[in-house]
Ligand binder design. Structure first.
Ligand code: UD1
Ligand code: MG
Length: 486
């Protein structure tokens, strides 16, 4: 159904006192996004003429978070309650006939549910339709007072409940569809008759029903969709639901996830079929993983791009890097941003990479740092190799060709070029370019001194205990057959 007559209004001006935070409530994150971003995204497919976000507290931070998503903002300063927030949108709303109104702190609502709310509102020709839910523990929410099976009499805020009304467990989600020419007069009737001295949007319902307008309630299909985030505990619960939804979608798409409740996956992450994700993994940002990969326990991947059949062994950290098909990394590998590991490359334990390209089939298996380095195919980087890419002032590149052998514990001082097929002797400090197929050794020559160690030990013993040393010298002389006695 086209919604040319529809506007979306999201209320996001409040402070969120109960979170005890210096950050505005709607900018807190759950399920990998800010609360407000979830709400704007859920509304986008409704095809509304305009989306207005009411901003106030920390407007300068909230505005840049929503404008790139296509929303416009209206400033509510000071904030006199949810009813006041709606009042000040009147001019901006122009000629819209219907408005979907949502709080910026209830991010789990799904587009399908909003569509059903609009459809029920249109079908019932109502002045207002409220999305409601039945909760086992309704505390903290406004309650729905019904006057019949289908019609609503009023919403009563928690602080104003009579003892009898406390039993009511149908709650106000604060998501509504309003017919605007019925809403504006009702808003004009609001009085700040509550302990916060605010104008409550919820009070418009009683005003409407007193004028015999139709107010309907539409029950949310899943009560968890309306959870609001007023406290840190609410935030944790909402995050848990988002993570669960994402994992369920991936499992439906053919991904195996072990101990799913321990795995954290951001909303934009993509994973191919038959990939196995082990316990305690985090896949963050825009990470994209191919088919038949294995991401083992404790690994954290942010904005990583993995081909097919890639193995990430336990406890790897990968940031903004590309791993082509059949690459194996870890355990305990750290890939800082901007690496490209070509097909079949292997990066082992305690290896750190930064801004480096590792050629096809090339290996760096142990205790190595490669920064600003390009390595060709089928090369081998020995244990403990370090590229010295920084002189304290500038960064310099290292270029290593194909089929190069870098001996263990080599220090490669950049800028440096090592040609194809070259061989670096272990323990070298290489400061000059190495031509193709050459052997470079840059270390002190070895000298063996026979008997030096045993002589040293005797001298030390003598210095510590001269008498004992004299006796043992005599004894050993006595044992030796003298040439004279012969
Ligand atoms: C509100 C509803 C309550 C409902 C609950 C559902 C009212 C009076 N109560 O209570 O019936 O059960 O949501 O989550 O509406 N805001 C503004 N300007 C203001 C005040 C608030 O923009 O002056 C915004 C807040 O930023 C927030 C939203 O409105 O995003 C709701 O405000 P909040 O204080 O969270 O209301 P609740 O106490 O949760
Ligand atoms: Mg709230």
């Amino acid at each position: 159904m086209p919604n040319h007559d529809l506007a979306v209004v999201i209320l996001a001006a409040g402070k969120g006192t109960r979170l005890k935070s210096s950050l505005a409530k709607v900018l807190h994150r759950a399920g990998g996004r800010t609360l407000i971003e979830h709400v704007v995204r859920a509304c986008a497919p409704l095809g509304a003429k305009q989306t207005i976000v009411v901003v106030g507290h920390q407007a300068e931070q909230v505005t840049p978070a929503v404008e790139p998503l296509g929303a416009e903002t209206v400033l509510q300063q000071p904030q006199h309650g949810t009813g006041h927030a709606l009042q000040i949108t009147r001019r901006a709303l122009g000629r819209a006939k219907l408005a979907i109104v949502l709080p910026g702190d209830a991010p789990l609502v799904r587009t399908e549910t909003l569509k059903a709310l609009i459809a029920a509102h249109r079908a019932g020709d109502a002045a207002a339709t409220i999305l409601t839910a039945v909760l086992a523990d309704p505390s903290g929410y406004g309650r729905i007072l019904r006057k019949s099976e289908t019609a609503v009499a009023a919403i009563v805020e928690e602080s104003q409940l009579t003892p009898d009304q406390r039993e009511l467990n149908e709650i106000n989600s604060a998501i509504y569809c309003f017919t605007l020419d019925k809403l504006w007069p009702a808003l004009a009737h609001l009085k700040p008759n509550n302990k916060h001295r605010e104008l409550y949007l919820t009070d418009t319902i009683a005003v409407m029903t007193a004028k015999n307008e139709t107010v309907l309630a539409e029950l949310a299909p899943d009560a968890r969709e309306v959870l609001g985030c007023n406290t840190r505990a609410d935030l944790a619960e909402v995050d848990r639901v988002f993570r669960e939804r994402k994992r369920a979608a991936l499992m439906d798409a053919g991904v195996t996830i072990q101990l799913p409740e321990t795995v954290l996956i951001d909303p934009e992450v993509m994973v191919g079929e038959d990939t196995v994700i082990e316990a305690g993994v985090q896949l963050l940002g825009k990470t994209k993983i191919g088919a038949r990969c294995t991401i083992r326990s404790g690994s954290v991947l942010t904005d990583a791009l993995l081909g097919d059949a890639v193995t990430v062994e336990p406890h790897c950290v990968v940031a903004r890097s590309r791993l082509d098909d059949h690459v194996i990394i870890g355990p305990f590998a750290r890939l800082r941003p901007d690496n490209h590991l070509k097909a079949g490359a292997r990066i082992g334990n305690f290896v750190e990479l930064k801004n480096s390209t590792i050629g096809e089939g090339t290996k760096a298996m142990h205790l190595t740092y490669l920064g600003d380095t390009r390595i060709g195919a089928k090369s081998n980087v020995g244990a403990g190799t370090i590229t010295c890419n920084y002189d304290g002032f500038h960064k310099f590149p290292t270029s290593i060709g194909n089929k190069v052998f870098i001996g263990s514990d080599s220090t490669l001082v950049a800028p440096l070029r090592i040609g194809d097929g070259a061989y670096i002797g272990a323990g070298s400090t290489i400061t000059d370019n190495v031509p193709a197929d050459a052997l470079a050794i840059a270390r002190g020559r070895q000298a063996n001194k026979p008997g030096w160690a045993s002589k040293k030990r005797r001298e030390l013993a003598a210095a510590e205990n001269p008498k004992k040393a004299k006796r043992s010298r005599k004894k050993s002389k006595a044992r030796q057959p003298s040439k004279k006695r012969k």
